[in-house]
Design a protein around this ligand. Sequence first.
Ligand code: CUA
Length: 380
Amino acid sequence: MQDTPAEPVDQLELFRSSDLRIHNPQGGDWLHQLFFRGAAQTEEAVRTDGLFMLTLWFSVFFFVLLMGLMFYWVIKYRRRPGVPAPVSASHNGPLEIFWTVVPSSGLLVIFLLGFQGYMAKIVAPTNALTLNVTGLKWDWIITYPNGARSGYSTALGTKDSVKIFVLPEDTDVKLLMQSRDVIHAFWVPDYRTKIDLYPNRLTSHTFRTEKLREGEEYRDHWIFCAEYCGDQHSEMYGIFRVVSKDVYENVLDDWSTGNLSPVELGQVVFRNNCISCHSIDGSPNIGPTWLNAYGYERAISGGTSVLVDENYVRESILNPQAKVVAGYEGKIMTAFAGILSDDEINGVIAYYKTLSDKGPAPDEETEEDPANSEPPEGGE
Ligand code: CUA
């Protein structure tokens, strides 16, 4: 009995908690708080803040010095009636060298520290955990080394859902990033990192996750898109949840889609990719509901109609603009060609069919193993 199966389940519950623990103690003095709302969460981020403050004080020092001297001399040497203007000094070698070399060496220090910080965020240690990040209108997809995709969506507030991506604590992480459409920027304010994603080029960005404190179960960090990419730019957010290495392994096992039935796989894909735009209970959303869609005739844009069958669903996943349901013309959906595998698409189709009263009877799906008929890992 050393191996209690209950433990991983508890850890997964923990991971799925919708209780966001954004660890944001106000760090530093009022000036620091003015620029950074929360304290830096990694050593590298602390250095970034330090460099920012150095640059700021460097600028403040020279601004005050130069403006002060200017006003002092403007007043001291102002034109007075009856006093002829003195001839300006033409040249002073030592003075000019002094006021060139001193500020320049300050700038050089700022450059060297900035270069060091940039390299630290760009060059990953060879053993770093590499995650593939895809940005698309309007979502983040993260693929883990075991093939697991994305995160767990949980409710945030009353209506929105937020995707949670898990990270192991105290680990070097390298993000290999690409966009599927326009330029996005992956921004984790707590880590002070913000790197652009381009459609035809990989960019990378690396950081070392922090160590959790004794007894701390997890720590959350906001992810934002920092490049205006369209009308739902502000919806491109997510959470990095830093957990212990054990929990991380368990979550990845849970996400691994290796031995799921097609319907279960479809549910996982739905949860990770489709849930933000499509409902399964008939309620209105950005895209058409999946409830009672399969097997029905649907009016599509252009005045014709189409029978919603497997091929229609497949086509709509791969090329959403091919046949748009009437009334949804303006809504843009991501083309999933190249994102979802054939297995995953078939899983979505299988799941989609179970949501329609014209789909297979429910017992057809669960007959084989009634003990396992519960939806996997806490679905909706
Ligand atoms: Cu993606 Cu803004």
